[in-house]
Design a protein around this ligand. Structure first.
Ligand code: SF4
Length: 87
């Protein structure tokens, strides 16, 4: 049950979450080539260990445990996973 980055991240991409993630599963980071074109950041569901450290770092409250994700943003479960399938 990974954490999910939802709609508030779009256009923000603050990336404070990237700094605290102990398993480096939030991408694209500012150093990656696809950071500029990405609409938001994404969490790799296969790597996330559900520690929750990223949640409080987000300035726009865009990150949720999968079970607490607001229903209107449920499509972001697939959107986060799809980002890593493309690679
Ligand atoms: Fe990384 Fe923990 Fe956030 Fe998962 S819950 S993305 S492991 S900081």
């Amino acid at each position: 049950m990974p954490h999910i980055i939802a709609e508030p991240c779009i256009g923000v991409k603050d990336a404070s979450c990237v700094e605290v993630c102990p398993v480096d599963c939030i991408h694209p980071t500012k150093g990656e080539s696809d950071h500029a074109e990405a609409t938001q950041l994404y969490i790799d569901p296969d790597t996330c260990i559900d520690c929750g450290l990223c949640v409080d770092e987000c300035p726009v409250q865009a990150i949720f445990p999968k079970d607490d994700l607001p229903a209107e943003w449920s499509k972001y479960i697939q959107i986060n996973a799809d980002h890593f399938k493309k690679k």
